[in-house]
Design a protein around this ligand. Structure first.
Ligand SMILES: *Cc1c(COP(=O)(O)O)cnc(C)c1O
Length: 433
């Protein structure tokens, strides 16, 4: 396999863009590669790079592409309006269509505001929670990622973990002081912190997927709901990944727990830039121009992105069996991965739910950030590189989840398992030495 064109592009990019990429994980830094692959095209569960190498893709744009790349239903809809113009700075029908569908499907959302990214959605939801409760402090969990706004970049997951740190530089002490953090799952400490009734909101990934995938105990979320209600703290479910993925109505439908506010992104844009935050009318009506919590955006509710999101959600709504199907495919992979790991004496812990899974190279059960950080990232790197060099792209970080799409078929899963066997064999041989 040759990577000449990608390497050339990367060398050029590094002089122009910090680290050569516009989002850190893309640099493939933690998996010991000279350069990332530069993607040219995607179709179904496959992508092609600038050297014309073909891969089965388990990144799927980090979640949006639950229908697979270039899904005809989505692309057809986009094509229909793309020649009408791009953006008007005035309302369009397509935003209303998407909002209607979101309100219809997501249990907790009575009103919704569209943004351009998940980051803006969580940032605005936190601002709204502060205004509504008239409290300043917020609580998040270690290793949960909620985008890159200042207040939420404390003990954060995703790309920060990949590069070996958890807090960003450039954030003021004042901001740091107002963001409290606790280990995911530690309900006793949550209860203690909320006792003072001075926390505006608890924000949580109901299925944490940005420190690798962590399995959620429903009991924890139920208790979180109860204690936040009791202390008049708002509960925000960050469903940027889990929304429309874990179930049509997201984690809140899956677990039967209704948060006060919900943030969405990824799938609701169908691969185009969209985010959203929503919740009870009473809270949402504090947002300008009704209330005085400011949120805006030149491209918020962009018609093309809204249309792509609408087409994606409509497809999911009309084909609910997708979720069962995705879960079965994931289970099939996970079951066989565990068998292969035994065969080659590779220590792993696979966490999975719905269409998401993470292979932790770890001999213990991974239940929170502390466990996750003990994973063997060298073994992960061998896994990643063996996969890539044999035509399968998995997330270039131990601290991310694999994403399945509807387009992954049985033969793709079996091909994937074949390569995983090679990877585990390589790891086993290295460890045997
Ligand atoms: C991806 C992600 C975000 C940020 O969304 P962007 O569109 O990348 O800004 C926020 N929360 C969670 C849980 C995410 O996975």
């Amino acid at each position: 396999m040759k990577f000449t064109n990608s390497v050339k592009l990367y060398k050029k990019a590094v002089d122009l863009i910090p680290g050569g990429v516009n989002s850190p994980v893309r640099a493939f830094k933690s998996v010991n590669r000279e350069a990332p692959i530069f993607v040219k095209k995607g179709e179904g569960c496959r992508i092609w790079d600038e050297d014309d190498n073909e891969y089965i893709d388990y990144i799927c744009s980090w979640g949006p592409l639950i229908l697979g790349h270039n899904h005809p239903k989505v692309i057809e809809e986009v094509k229909k309006i793309i020649e009408n113009g791009s953006s008007y700075g005035l309302p369009t029908k397509y935003e209303v269509d998407l909002a209607e569908l979101i309100v219809d499907i997501v249990p907790s959302i009575e009103k919704v505001r569209l943004t351009t990214s998940g980051t803006e959605a969580t940032m605005s939801a936190v601002r709204l929670a502060r205004a509504y409760t008239q409290r300043n402090k917020i609580l998040k969990f270690e290793g949960c990622y909620h985008g890159h706004s200042d207040a939420l970049l404390v003990k954060s997951g995703s790309g920060l973990l990949t590069d070996g740190y958890q807090d960003s530089n450039g954030i003021t002490d004042g901001v740091l002081k107002d963001t409290l953090t606790l280990p995911f799952g530690d309900i006793e400490k949550v209860k203690k912190i909320l006792e003072n009734k001075d926390i505006a909101c608890v924000i949580v990934e109901p299925i944490p997927a940005n420190m690798g995938l962590i399995e959620t105990h429903k009991e924890f979320l139920l208790e979180l709901r109860e204690i936040t209600k009791k202390t008049e703290t708002l509960l925000i479910f960050d469903e940027v990944i889990s929304g429309f993925r874990l179930a049509l109505g997201g984690a809140q439908e899956f677990f039967g727990i209704t948060p006060d506010l919900t943030t969405l992104g990824k799938i609701i844009g169908g691969g185009y830039p969209v985010g959203a935050f929503g919740g009870k009318k009473e809270i949402m009506d504090l947002v300008a121009p009704v209330g005085r919590v400011y949120h805006a955006g030149t491209l918020s509710g962009n018609p093309i992105a809204s249309k792509a999101g609408f087409a994606t959600l409509t497809y999911l709504k009309e084909n609910k069996s997708i979720y069962k199907d995705l879960e079965e495919k994931t289970k099939y992979l996970v079951k066989n991965i565990e068998i292969l790991a035994k065969k080659y004496s590779v220590n792993i812990c696979v966490n999975s739910i719905g269409s998401l899974f993470t292979i932790f190279f770890n001999d213990k059960k991974v239940e929170n950030l502390e466990d996750s950080l003990k994973s063997n990232t060298e073994n992960f790197s061998i896994y990643f590189n063996t996969m890539l060099e044999n035509g399968v792209v998995v997330p270039p970080s131990q601290f991310e989840a694999h994403f399945l799409s509807m387009a992954h078929k049985q033969k793709d899963l079996d091909k994937t398992l074949e390569i995983i066997e090679k990877a585990f064999k390589n790891i086993g041989e290295k460890n045997g030495k």
